[in-house]
Design a protein. Sequence first.
Length: 255
Amino acid sequence: MYIPPIAQRPFGGRHLCRMLQDLCRPLQPLRRSSHSLPRLLRLPLLLGLLFIVPCLVGAEGVFTSSAIPDSVFQRMQGKSWPVACPLRRADFRYLRLSHIDEAGQEHVGEMVCHHTISASLLQIFRQLYDARYPIHSIRLIDDFGADDEASMQANNTSCFCYRAVAGTTKLSKHSQGLAIDLNPLPNPCVRVRTNNKGRKYTSVQPRTATAYTDRTRAFPMKIDTADLAYLLFRQHGFQWGGGWRSLKDYQHFER
């Protein structure tokens, strides 16, 4: 569970731009009753802000949506976008998303999603970034050969991959670009299965996440109903796999 302390929310470029606009207004004759900055102070403050704004404006992060570029679509071929894939490329968007990892380092990740959820994802990930919510990585699953298990073991957050639900022939919401797996290693998919001898067993995906199946424990990047990511995704109409009855998919949000 992650609840952001207010003090960690950054003072971003939007605030600095407003200050610059105020300082750049035409200088008015100074009146004794005026509460505005004296003329002699406004120029040094303006010059100082012009110097530091380029250093601080990066706190706004990168949050963009576009059609899938040719170079990215080429990376997807034969992987998340298989040969003879029946989907329309024009229905999908390529997102670039700033995020903070668990060590406090900033990165710009990339994601492909369906166009109907792109605006919501930009808002959600911007708010997670502003709160310094830890996300290990956001990379296309094609960087892992479209291998879902490999991506999850690397704790990679991803969205689109044209594939069936594990253990079935049913296409997943990921195939439509309508599902996100967030920090999947500490938030595994847990389900009870039956083998060919009729015996039940617990399946954990990724396989390396058995230590995180006990959800009564507290550990970093754990998603529960008090977690900021859960609250934001729910506000935007996403369902959480951790609330399902037939299985528990704690990493999974879909719409």
